[in-house]
Design a binder for this molecule. Structure first.
Ligand code: 26Q
Length: 844
């Protein structure tokens, strides 16, 4: 962060296109000499001297070496970034701007080295310092600027865009504190601040020269403009400064380097000099502190917290920064806005940046005098909106009263947009007042007015997409059917994907090597090449190597589990894993019910499992989500009972691995045998962990939800384990109120026995009655997540999986078929579809 352009030592003079004075290197890319070990070495030498202030040859700590190695790598990426930018300029390309409140990037060093193709060179150089690269990588903090799926998807997209040589850029917030670190105290989650930037990130390059001023608050008054026309004018505003820091994003092969631009909020009124002179030093800095609060911390919840002023200010702040930046770049080359949609595509990652609709209108119409109708067609032609959730409670809404105070001009613009929109609705459906009410951007209920952000996003975009086939269908038919009837052509599906570079090549080098040995290395650029692995699914030596790799990964995971929990697990047990945010709809609780069932089968029925099993849980709960936190506590208490009971401890183990994050996921996915994807059907928009596990040769036990359905289509129904009700059955039971959890409780003694555990004071004896709420919630309060409806088939499906696991040839064959058929789930495919259907951008 501190390292700006100016202070960075300029080295060997290779940044210009004129490289005639340089030694000849093999095949320069776009005028930038190809990377060599010597150049890395030189760069590092400079960095040790100028950025660390140390002499070459002195002892360097791991942390310091990480710092300078990262800076040296960033320097190399900067050369490529400049060359990429020249290429884009020369070709006058259309650019995509991906606006997201979250980018869950994780660690960068290993990924960047891999994409630059210089891992081995780096290994040698680092060894010269008496360190090894692996330790260095482990020292890096995760950039945890996101909560979960949505933020990680954004990071995968950036990798794919750069790897496909497409001009796509991320815009977001440079949070000082990312997602909290999770610690366990007495089995309960305790949140610790994540200060990933306190010692600054070597990957961020602050760009003071491109800072922007953002107005906020104030009021709107009708005032004559210079031509005497009366116009709504935004006055008496406060201002923030947005200071961008760029994180370079290098594509595989190193040809393209795009960037992720993250904004920090700074005070505009640097210092209140009057207060200061009055001797009120503290008051004088107060305003400044208030401004800087805006980019201070990521909201640690992946469901709405509407009504929080700071969150609304955050959303506006980064949208306003991005729009200004985008418009400024556009105006460098264009005299008017006619060409804007041909030069710019903006994608809204959920509704969090939906204010872009109003802000772009304001900038075009108020600041640049574009007539309203024209500004509107430009806005709609530029924007696309991705929906990531169907949960009604997760749909973003903001009170009009809050809007009025924070963004008075935007509120007026939204009213104008709404008026014009509702006129169109009433032209199509004259006299249909109910429909107008349902569709209005402004909701009016019991004397309260709210702005519905999803409606704003849909009205203001030419394309609306869901993130898996089922999800998109439900968006069209359940979530916003009126909008689908009005504009069927706007709605498309873009099934999620993940980048195989991070999630296979980097996370699982053993498997990656095996795959390359079998099918060549093309799968790294085009995951469809993995289908050639099908020729090897009956090859005994491939089976042997796959099994050895999986075991090695499990040994490594066992070490991590022991270090983080103290529990010793057996690498020869089945690793049965659920790793994701803790949510009732994701049904971690269903897996807990099964663990208790299996425990009671041993201790009360004397039925011993034929294979030892390790049940692995990982995930964070939103700090304010009481039930989710209780589930964490429950898992840990269950673990204590199971792991210490002499009757069970050598056969089953339960572990909760703390602090789930990208770097931990990179260890967990490759070590899993079974991937639990067990959400209540219709609730999980897509899921992306499901893809990562399958890609790494775990077999899925899952419901017909989200992308699980498409994974089944791709790998074949015989190669994963589906159980439970599907979305339409759940919907039918919900609508007809025909689900009665007591029926299952009474009919099935095994279910009754498990449920009774929560109602007794003897099983979880630490705090009697602590888990009675689970008994009540499932049996007395209707169990909105249908745990008991799916439990029987969940248990029997697992029994089946266990049988198959004991036939190693059968099992491994299925694992290999999963890997071979995952081509579709590369984010390269997803991004290519967005590029072609929505963004209209091309590889350059
Ligand atoms: C909104 C307003 C105020 C505070 C927080 C939020 C907020 C923050 C994050 C709301 C939602 C989120 C994140 C949602 C999310 O991660 N959704 C997941 O997106 C994945 C990528 O498409 C899907 O695979 C998952 O199914 C979906 O749950």
């Amino acid at each position: 962060m501190e390292t700006t352009n100016a202070s960075a030592p300029r080295l060997s003079g290779v940044e210009g296109e004129d490289d005639s004075f340089l030694p000849v290197h093999p095949t320069p890319i776009d005028g930038v000499p190809i990377f060599t070990e010597e150049r890395f070495y030189e760069q590092l030498k400079q960095r040790v001297k100028y950025s660390l202030g140390q002499d070459w040859g002195t002892n360097i700590s791991t942390a310091n070496l990480l710092w300078v190695v990262s800076l040296a790598v960033r320097d190399l990426m900067m050369e490529r970034y400049l060359a990429t930018e020249r290429r884009y300029q020369r070709n006058n390309v259309k650019r995509l701007y991906y606006l997201s409140m979250e980018f869950l990037v994780g660690r960068s060093l290993g990924n960047n080295l891999m994409n630059l193709g210089i891992v081995e060179q780096a290994e040698r150089v680092v060894r010269e310092f008496g360190h090894n690269l692996e330790d260095l990588r482990e020292e890096e903090m995760d950039a945890a600027l996101g909560n979960g799926g949505l933020g990680r998807l954004a990071a995968c997209f950036l990798d794919s865009l750069a790897s496909l040589n497409m001009p796509g850029f991320g815009y977001g917030i440079n949070y000082e504190y990312g997602l909290f670190r999770q610690r366990l105290e007495h089995g309960q989650q305790v949140e610790m601040p994540d200060s990933w930037r306190t010692m600054s990130s070597p990957w961020l390059l602050e760009r003071h020269d491109e800072q922007v001023v953002i107005p906020i608050y104030g009021r709107v008054e009708d005032q004559p403009d210079r031509l005497g026309n009366v116009r709504p004018t935004w006055i008496e505003c406060r201002h923030f400064i947005g200071v961008p820091s760029d994180m370079p994003v290098v594509g595989y092969g190193g040809r393209t380097v795009n960037y992720l631009r993250l904004y920090s909020a700074r005070a505009f009124e640097e210092f209140d000099i009057q207060k200061f002179n009055e001797g009120e030093y503290v008051k004088a800095v107060e305003k400044r502190i208030a401004s800087e609060t805006v980019s201070k911390v990521l909201y640690p919840s992946d469901a709405v917290e509407s009504g929080r002023e700071l969150r609304l200010v955050q959303e506006y702040f980064f949208v306003a920064c991005a729009v200004r930046d985008i418009v400024r770049r556009y105006l460098k080359k264009n005299a008017n806005f006619d060409n804007f949609p041909n030069q710019v595509a903006i994608q809204l990652n959920d509704t969090h940046p939906a204010l872009t609709v109003a802000e772009l209108m304001r900038v075009l119409h108020d600041e640049n005098n574009v007539p309203w109708e024209k500004a509107w067609s430009i806005t709609v032609a530029t924007l696309g909106y991705t929906n990531h959730t169907l949960l009604p409670e997760a749909l973003e809404k903001w009170p009009v009263s809050l809007f009025e105070r924070v963004l008075p001009r935007h509120l007026r613009i939204i009213y104008d947009i709404n008026k014009q929109f509702l006129e169109a609705v009433s032209r199509k459906w004259p006299g249909d007042a109910d429909r107008m009410k349902r569709m209005s951007i402004v909701e009016e209920a019991h004397g309260y007015k709210d702005v519905r952000m999803a409606h704003l996003a849909i009205v203001g975009s030419h394309a609306v997409n869901g993130v898996a086939k089922l999800h998109t269908e439900l968006v069209k038919t359940q979530l916003v059917p009126d909008f689908y009837q009005l504009w069927p052509e706007r709605f498309t599906n873009k099934t999620n994907g993940v980048t195989q570079r991070r999630w296979l090549m980097k996370a699982n080098p053993g498997l990656a090597k095996l795959l390359t040995d079998c099918v060549g290395e093309n799968w790294v650029r085009d995951l469809n090449h993995l289908q050639n692995l099908e020729a090897f699914v009956d090859d005994a030596s491939v089976h042997e190597r796959f099994t050895a790799v999986k075991r090695e990964n499990k040994v490594l995971m066992a070490r991590i589990i022991r270090q983080s929990t103290g529990v010793v697990v057996d690498p020869d047990s089945i690793y049965d894993v659920i790793a994701k945010r803790i949510h009732e709809y994701k049904r971690q609780l269903l897996m807990v019910l099964r663990v208790i069932h299996d425990y009671l089968a041993i201790t009360e029925d004397g039925i011993l499992p034929e294979v030892p099993q390790t049940y692995i849980f990982a995930g964070k709960a939103a700090p304010g989500y009481w039930a989710a936190k209780q589930i964490i506590r429950l898992i840990n208490e269950l673990g204590e009972i199971v792991n210490n009971d002499f009757r069970t401890r050598d056969r089953i183990k339960v572990v909760f691995v703390p602090d789930y994050k990208v770097s931990l996921a990179e260890r967990i996915m490759p070590a899993a045998n079974i991937s639990e994807q067990i959400s209540t059907a219709g609730k999980e928009a897509s899921g992306t962990g499901n893809m990562k596990f399958a890609m790494n040769g775990a077999l899925t036990v899952g419901t017909l939800d989200g992308a699980n359905i498409e994974i089944r289509e791709a790998v074949g129904p015989e190669n994963l384990f589906v159980f439970g009700l599907d979305a339409s059955e759940i919907q039918h039971m919900r609508e007809s109120s025909s689900y009665n959890p007591w029926d299952y409780y009474r009919r099935n003694p095994a279910i009754k026995r498990v449920m009774d555990v929560f109602n007794s004071d003897t099983f979880f004896s630490r705090e009697p009655g602590a888990y009675k709420w689970i008994f009540n919630s499932i049996l007395h309060h209707g169990d909105p997540y249908f745990h008991l409806a799916d439990m029987e088939s969940y248990l029997s499906t697992h029994a089946q999986a266990l049988q198959e696991y004991q036939q190693p040839t059968l099992w491994t064959r299925k694992c290999l078929l999963n890997v071979a058929r995952m081509g579709y789930f590369s984010s390269d495919r997803t991004v290519s579809e967005y590029a072609k259907d929505i963004w209209k951008i091309r590889p350059i």
